[in-house]
Design a protein around this ligand. Structure first.
Ligand SMILES: [Mn+2]
Length: 368
């Protein structure tokens, strides 16, 4: 009852005025309104904490990395995601789960646009800013992993995946990737219908898709990083795939669980098969989870840029994160594409509630 009172009062008082630069805007007016999360944070029961996040040094430290990128897609407001999650109580959630929490200063992706106007490139829009910004992110994520910490990356649009994936692949060459998304993000500048780079992070990094000279301007640094092997990634939640992406998924034989598969097998079996695929040769393989909030049905997560009906339910959205955490192999993660500008007050609040709960689940919360 207490929580619902707070929720109502916040929803009516909250004004979302965040701009692309973030200057003068604010994302949330308070730190509540996230339903039943705060009073029920219990870590998943394991024999020791060490086993749950086996790739992190002990005591476990989460480095919360804010990557407020907006240039991979057309809407302002995705830069609010990190602040939104933090103001809703991310730090105390993580502490309650037993994490030591570090917060890196938010990456600044706007200094490039001020000092170096990007050339117009409609096949990969804003590629200079996205490229230089994601390189900053890649360096920070790599340092975090080398330090034995868990990088928890808050987007920002999904173009940041270019930086986080490149870093993870370099620091942990045997990493397995779980990409939870309504979209495959497997486009290239040649195949993308929109030219928006949030649909390209996998396409630019997948082995055998782009030659080095096809890398968009500003992203050439990616050529110095390892590529994703097609059998090292699993998609969960796909339902809006472009024709060239579909061809690539088939040609490269990438493991993809669509919403149809989730209907058919249920989310439990789908996650079993996903983890089974990635862990079949090495049960201790480190895993990276990239969670696009648009994987979730817009009924539960309306505040995002590219909503597609027919997505994960509220519980399925949690289960994906819980099951990956429970594997003990999760070593890095990101959550992206929350945009409070794209829904009214209660829709924005519900989306951040859910985003925070998903993060809490992937960082080790369990119900009992
Ligand atoms: Mn995405």
């Amino acid at each position: 009852m207490f929580a619902s009172t707070i929720r109502t009062s916040l929803a009516s008082s909250r004004k979302v005025t965040c701009s692309a630069t973030g200057v003068g805007g604010r994302c949330l007016s308070g730190g509540a309104g996230y339903g039943n999360v705060r009073d029920q944070v219990l870590p998943t029961e394991q024999e020791t904490e060490r086993e749950l996040f086996q790739h992190c040094n002990y005591p476990r430290t989460a480095n919360v990395i804010s990557a407020p990128m907006t240039y991979g897609q057309p809407y302002v407001g995705t830069d609010c995601g990190p602040r939104w999650l933090k103001e809703a109580g991310l730090r105390s959630m993580l502490s309650n789960l037993g994490w030591r929490v570090k917060e890196a200063p938010a990456l600044d992706f706007d200094d490039f646009s001020v000092h170096k106007p990007p050339k117009v490139n409609n096949s990969a829009k804003n590629s200079h800013i996205v490229g230089e910004g994601t390189l900053k992110l890649a360096k920070l994520v790599e340092e975090t992993i080398v330090a034995g910490e868990f990088p928890l990356i808050l987007g920002g649009d999904h173009s940041i995946g270019l930086g986080s994936l490149a870093a993870v692949l370099k620091a942990r060459p045997d990493v397995g990737i779980i990409w939870v998304d309504a979209h495959a993000d497997l486009n290239t500048p040649n195949s993308s219908p929109s030219g928006n780079m949030h649909g390209m992070p996998i396409g630019l990094l997948m082995d055998g898709v782009l030659t080095p000279d096809e890398m968009p301007p500003g992203c050439e640094w990616v050529n110095d990083y390892p590529r994703i092997s097609p059998d090292s990634i699993v998609y969960v939640g796909l339902r809006d795939v472009d024709s060239e992406e579909r061809k690539l998924i088939r040609k490269l034989n990438i493991k993809a669980f669509t919403m149809t598969d989730i209907d058919r097998y249920g989310i439990g079996r789908v996650m079993e098969m996903s983890l089974g695929h990635l862990l079949q040769d090495n049960p201790d393989r480190p895993l990276h989870l990239s969670y696009d909030i648009d994987a979730v049905d817009p009924v539960f997560a309306p505040a995002t840029g590219t909503t597609v009906r027919g997505g994960l339910t509220f519980r399925e959205a949690h289960y994906v994160a819980e099951s990956v955490a429970a594997s003990g192999n999760l070593a890095s993660a990101e959550i992206v594409e929350l945009n409070p500008n794209l829904s009214d007050g209660s829709g924005a609040t519900e989306t951040v509630d859910l985003g925070l709960q998903i993060v809490t689940s992937l960082m080790g919360k369990s119900i009992i």
